[in-house]
Design a protein around this ligand. Structure first.
Ligand code: HEC
Length: 171
């Protein structure tokens, strides 16, 4: 399962990035499209890593449903922990790749990724303490986090998540 990576690694790798205090007001669709373009501009290698990671995360998330229904807290703890610390795999990135990420992905992406990482840690914690309500809460927050990031950065992949199509008459 070493391919359960998490883009949280990006957060770890980009310590120099300032956290965009002045960016909050500018989250209009225009910027969103530019952000999505940033992801699409990543090299084939990086994009493939990102895809692998996403699929692993999705697989992990799906496995949590039966574990939750049956009270298998330790499995949830393990899975959440893997998602949380998955940045390890990103250590395989070359320096050039790190710079590429740095230059192409906006701070808002890093922020969302960090938040996702944080939620996975909270889920791990809740499972460890066998707290069903909290497990459910953080699981659901993580699901929200998928949609939030995809709406901002992956509408090329998930067009149904584009809130306001810019120029086109969507249907
Ligand atoms: C911080 C941003 C972010 C978060 C959080 C995030 N994703 Fe993604 N995800 C992306 C981006 C960007 C892409 C598109 C990658 C591309 O186009 O190469 C993507 C693509 C995917 C894909 C398609 C992968 C492929 O290429 O086959 C799946 C599946 C996926 N995400 C699942 C999830 C799930 C499930 C969650 C939440 C549990 C999640 N993602 C959370 C940014 C995110």
């Amino acid at each position: 399962m070493k391919n359960i990576i998490c883009i949280s690694l990006l957060a770890v790798l980009l310590p120099g990035l300032s956290y965009a205090d002045d960016q909050h007001k500018h989250q209009e669709p225009v910027k969103t499209q530019a952000a999505s373009a940033g992801v699409q501009a990543l090299s084939a290698d990086l994009r493939s890593l990102l895809s692998q990671e996403m699929q692993a995360i999705q697989y992990g998330m799906m496995s949590i449903i039966p574990a939750y229904a049956s009270g298998n807290w330790s499995e949830i703890e393990t899975t959440a922990g893997k998602i949380k610390s998955s940045y390890i795999l990103m250590q395989h990135l070359s320096k050039a790749q790190v710079e590429e990420l740095h230059s192409l992905l906006p701070a808002e992406f890093i922020e969302k990724d960090e938040n996702f990482h944080y939620l996975a840690g909270m889920l791990e914690h809740a499972a460890k303490h066998k707290k069903p309500e909290l497990v459910n809460f953080y699981f659901s927050e993580m699901n929200r986090s998928c949609v939030s990031c995809h709406s901002a950065f992956a509408t090329h992949k998930f067009p149904a998540l584009s809130v306001k199509p810019k120029n086109e008459h969507a249907h």
